[in-house]
Write a protein that binds this ligand. Structure first.
Ligand code: NAD
Ligand code: TYD
Length: 351
């Protein structure tokens, strides 16, 4: 194997697509998926590739410094692609501490382990930190986040990610650790845990349950198909400049309510229900505390310098996503059981 890459959070939504892309596209790399398997981590996401000779799974918690040091000493990675995180804003509002531990402490544990194993020889080494556009705060009706937009995080989730971004850059400036960072807009696609807007709504429509829309549904997100994010991560890992940041986005802004109308139309068609059936499930509920109004990414640096661009139109990507959830009923039923049901009850009965 020419290179060993540890991918953290590889059993989660985006991580599983990144692991699959790297393990299949680069058979000469050894891909080590390091994941704690929290409620959001699911090895079923990778069952199609888990027998590949260049793939290995290691169960570990990134906040456990001793275990992480041992794993780095054993595998001697050339690269780290760091996706492991607590990722859901509503959970961060209910319980910020888990986000501080995993997203901030966990990131520093990984940075320290990389420093320890690489010493002063950074030849062919790379620490790639995956972050979010939410660190930039909330936009008004106009404008875009660029790589030079000042940080202004406003939820415990985005603050913990912002903090980890600062620490990653501090290790570059202070210790010359060869880092690269990307900040991406909202992802959608297969394998996303059904607590986030799109898979939650697909699951609820399928089961004739209410679709909870926060506030008036006027908040705007810029949606990117998860495979396009994985493609961007591939390009940035291999060709991004050390110490740089790249914004990744879909140039695809939707208000939540318009998005849900489109989803309802697609679901009616796929489920052979008469037009307008799913829309009746739309329910406006109490707004999220501190709900950011609008995110929109300017990804022109990545497009110009590294030649990446999104491959799918939103309607096409959303239809593929719906098809995946309807075809993977067992996956959905497995994750929507047990503790998730309790979370759902608590989250949506407080309104
Ligand atoms: P996810 O919640 O689906 O998956 C997170 C993964 O991290 C899970 O497999 C979980 O088991 C693992 N994990 C959590 N805590 C861990 C710990 N202490 N040790 C080891 N593993 C742990 O998240 P996602 O949506 O796939 O997001 C992945 C990354 O991308 C995150 O860093 C997130 O901030 C970032 N991001 C997400 C989006 C999005 O729209 N989902 C957009 C931009 C950036
Ligand atoms: P989400 O998928 O949680 O992503 P993020 O908060 O990271 O952007 O939410 C996307 C948008 O949908 C956000 O504006 C909040 C809203 N939303 C709802 O209206 N209802 C819901 O049940 C959820 C989970 C989100």
């Amino acid at each position: 194997m020419s290179k060993t890459i540890i991918i953290t959070g590889g059993a989660g939504f985006i991580g599983s697509h990144v692991v699959r892309l790297f393990a299949t596209k680069y058979p000469e790399y050894k891909i080590v998926n390091l994941d704690k398997l929290t409620y959001a981590g699911n090895l079923e996401n990778l069952k199609d590739i888990d027998r590949l000779p260049n793939y290995e799974f290691v169960k570990a918690d990134i906040t456990d410094a001793e275990s992480i040091r041992k794993i780095f000493a054993q595998y001697k990675p050339d690269g780290v692609i760091h996706l492991a995180a607590e990722s859901h804003v509503d959970r961060s509002i209910a319980n910020p501490m888990e986000f501080i531990n995993t997203n901030i402490i966990g990131t520093v544990v990984l940075l320290n382990a990389a420093r320890e194993i690489w010493g002063d020889n950074f030849d062919g080494k790379r620490f790639y930190h995956i972050s979010t556009d939410e660190v930039y705060g909330s936009l008004g009706k106009t404008g875009f986040f660029t790589e030079t937009t000042g940080y202004d995080p406003r939820s415990p989730y985005s603050s913990s990610k912002a903090s980890s971004d600062h620490l990653v850059r501090a290790y570059f400036h202070t210790y010359k650790l060869p880092v690269v960072v990307s900040n991406c807009s909202n992802n959608y696609g297969a394998n996303q845990f059904p607590e986030k807007l799109i898979p939650l709504s697909i699951n609820n429509i399928k089961n004739n349950k209410q679709i909870p829309i926060y506030g008036k549904g006027e908040n705007i997100r810029d949606w990117l198909y998860v495979i396009d994010h994985a493609r961007a991560i591939d390009v940035i890992y291999h060709e991004g400049k050390t110490g740089e940041t790249y914004n990744i986005g879909g140039n695809n802004e939707w208000t939540n309510i318009d998005l849900i109308h489109l989803l309802c139309k697609i679901m009616d068609k796929k489920l052979n229900r008469s037009a307008g059936t799913s829309e009746k499930l739309i329910t406006f509920v109490k707004d999220r505390a501190g709900h950011d109004l609008r995110y929109a990414i300017d990804s022109s640096k990545l497009q110009r310098e590294l030649g990446w661009k999104p491959s799918l139109q939103f309607e096409e990507g959303l239809e593929k996503t719906v098809d995946w959830y309807l075809a993977n009923e067992e996956w959905l039923n497995n994750v929507v059981s047990g503790t998730y049901e309790k979370y759902y009850e608590k989250q949506y009965t407080q309104r």
